[in-house]
Design a protein around this ligand. Structure first.
Ligand SMILES: [Cu+2]
Length: 316
């Protein structure tokens, strides 16, 4: 069964290579295969989580008094309105994850970027095996910074992290989680919003605008609010404080990739969607520039519509 589907995938890939001969002339000849975090062995998982911690020991690369770790949060929270509920949502986060992976490499991580496939956990998310690796829910210990209360992690490799920002404010605090489905703690953590069935329904949307909107608002948003709750880092615009943010967004990127792969001719060019939030009727184009506030040079959306070119070189 696995062997057969592998064979059919290989023939699909070589068919795609025939249709797109120009792709072979880009800088990507040997794309890296991204994997589910839990498929890494314990040594590689530790190398990854150690590299995440290492980011918090390095100076800012964008001129702040906080760390490289906090640069990601700072940029995301300051660009919040520009990059969510707009066309740029998927390409912007695709490149943001790439930049993160590249800095993890500078911190000793040698593996591929990893994703958290939460469809595997949707039946009972609070019992997911992911928590054994990244630490579990926040506990009784809480901490206040400004007006916000945080439910601090009590176990796992990230419990010592002290992110510097809450939303756009400087507010150092413990890394926190607050599993919450809006009614119960932890409740079902909105699992039905990111089940395999839900993803199947969304994958059938056949234009970018619908696909992006459903993916962003249902599974993407539900994971943010279910893990972050009211006293956790994953919910607000400062969510890159939470290491899971990047595995979550790699999963979102993977789903977009798979959707694109089912019709690459059209879907590696389809960005027809609202440019601004709130929508004023302006439509985005592939020429639109995506800002990265000095973490990297700003780039056009067109440069990030495929994962195999001069800038990116990976598959799923
Ligand atoms: Cu975001």
């Amino acid at each position: 069964m696995h062997f057969l589907s592998l064979l059919s995938m290989i023939s699909l890939v070589s068919a795609a290579a025939l249709i797109h001969p120009r792709q072979n002339s880009t800088g990507c000849t040997n794309p890296e295969k991204r994997v589910e975090f839990r498929t890494l062995d314990a040594v590689a998982q530790k190398q990854y989580t150690d590299a995440v911690m290492c980011l918090s020991t390095k100076p800012s690369t964008i001129g702040l008094n906080t760390t490289l770790y906090d640069d990601f949060t700072y940029i995301h929270t300051h660009l919040n309105e520009l990059i969510h509920y707009v066309a740029m949502f998927l390409p912007w986060h695709r490149y943001f994850v790439q930049l993160y992976h590249s800095h993890l490499g500078d911190c000793g991580y040698t593996g591929p970027m990893v994703y958290w496939d939460w469809t595997l956990d949707a039946a009972d998310p609070a019992k997911s095996s992911i928590w054994a690796v990244v630490g579990g829910n926040g506990g009784e210990k809480t901490e206040k910074a400004g007006n916000q209360e945080f439910s601090c992690l009590t176990d796992g490799p990230f419990k010592g992290l002290r992110p510097a920002y809450f939303q756009t404010a400087y507010a150092p605090h413990c890394l926190s989680r607050d599993f919450f489905d809006g009614i119960d703690r932890p409740g079902n953590m909105r699992g039905s919003a990111y089940s395999a069935e839900q993803i199947q329904i969304i994958s059938e949307k056949n234009n970018y605008s619908d696909y992006r909107l459903y993916l962003e608002s249902i599974p993407h948003g539900s994971i943010h609010s279910a893990v972050g709750g009211e006293k956790g880092d994953m919910r607000p615009s400062s969510s890159p404080n939470e290491p899971l943010f990047f595995m979550h967004h790699t999963q979102i990127d993977r789903l977009w990739y798979l959707w694109q792969q089912s019709n690459p001719e059209l879907r590696e060019k389809d960005i027809k969607d609202q440019k601004f939030n709130p929508d004023d009727g302006t439509i985005a184009t592939l020429e639109d520039i995506m800002p990265f506030m000095g973490l990297a040079a700003d780039i056009k959306i067109s440069e990030i519509m495929t994962t195999q070119n001069d800038l990116l070189c990976y598959i799923y």
